[in-house]
Design a protein around this ligand. Sequence first.
Ligand code: ZN
Length: 545
Amino acid sequence: MNPTKPLLTAVSVLILAGCSSLPGGGPEADKTYRLTILHTNDHHGRFWKNGDGEYGMAARKTLIDQIRAEVKESGGETLLLDGGDVNTGVPESDLQDAVPDFRGMNLIGYDAMAVGNHEFDKPLNILRMQRDLARFPMLSANIYDNGKRMFDPYKVFSVGGLRVGVMGMTTEDTSKMVSPDNIKGIEFRSVIAEAAKVVPELRGKADIVIAATHMGHYQNGEAGTQSPGDVEMARAVKGIDLVVGGHTQNPACMKSENVIDRAYVPGTPCAPDRQNGTWIVQAHEWGKYVGRADFAYRNGVLTLLKYELLPVNLKRSVRAADGKTSMVTYTPEIAEDKDMLALLKPFQDFGQEKLNVEIGSTDGRLEGDRAVVRARPASMAVLIGRALMERTKADFAVVNSGGVRDSLAAGKLTYKDILKVQPFGNTTVTVDLTGAEVMSYLNAAAKMSVGSGAFAQFAGVNLVITGGVVTSATIKGAPVDPAKTYRMVINNFMAAGGDGYPRLTGHKSFVDTGFVDADLLRAYISAKSPLKAADYAPGDAVVRR
Ligand SMILES: [Zn+2]
């Protein structure tokens, strides 16, 4: 860690006295207040460190405790905020409804979080349970349940004589990203319209206005077909001092004005975005970093003294002279907090045990053996494709055979069995394509060679492939219409151009849903069990000649 001493001398803000104080006893004139905002986002079930010892809430707590102590000693105050999406991402958390994650956040002492789209992945009773469990508010100003706000829109914190208003906002895309059953009667209204109402209200009650959001940080406000993010909101609504964001899962570190540094290296300086007088920060994902913004407030003026993204035991691979590689931290190793380990270890153990619990069954073998799945249509791949389609309401799926690692034998199925089939934790991507784009993608997929992991498997589309060229393609019984739009579902590996598939991450309708492939397969099998293996037999859906 890089201890930051208070830089009171660096604050040279000269403002005439007579700054009107807000009702309820505002800050004193000519006094400098110090406020440190700490932030995380898109935790996604990572309560436990990964196999390389990166991130995890135990080390996160140590780091945050250290910073709080240091800030306190120097006479400052601290608030800890999260940009949402605590839920969904690793089986040990998903199987326990993110209870370990929320309890971990309680122990660390979060002050507030934004509601993320993934907070709606499970039925509403789970979200209500999490709200009750959290000892901090889940904030969102733009979510309405039958015409009334579902969450508190904001909270005003009184910290050392400063009043800090924190409002929450949630991406309008949530309605497109979660199961309609989970959001009946719930609306995700315009974040800009809500901010235009809430910010002036909050300005009347607080000295500093912060937005904890889950909307995404889009470079230069270019969100494509996705709904507005932090940059668009900051440009549209004046008066937000800081946005603590999430959703796009990037470090919001800028290379230059309106240009994100896409190759940000952990432990190096990070320049936050600045739009219309608003600072915008985001700490990548999974608790990989804790963001730290040190502010000074004096006579109504807020000054950012220093901003840092602090890696939580992130590591890089280093090759020694003898050719052996090892993982070393970018910055000095952070020890794990003992209280946090004591809290989380039973959850981690229980989660791993639960992987062995039966989640469904199949009456026959689902074929996913390497030699088969890389050579001809295979039932395991059809099942995977259908599971992806079910959750995303996609019209068809393309599955790279290298992502199918095992078969499922007839009988009882556990989550562990599923993780053997899909061990990579790939996320699920949807793209809305014109019929013409569909044909071009299917043709690219049809060319993937037999025997390679790129070899394409399909669900929801019937194909005749003649000499490597798609000569017939039908979806829901009708030929693909060039003028129509179809939703395709694939994994994030393929979308990024993996295995030589066309890169789709830049497509205007690209959405990484964040759903882990194995989670969707598990949910599908649970819902449809006992599976009839014959229902997934590929038959003559794909004919090559
Ligand atoms: Zn999100």
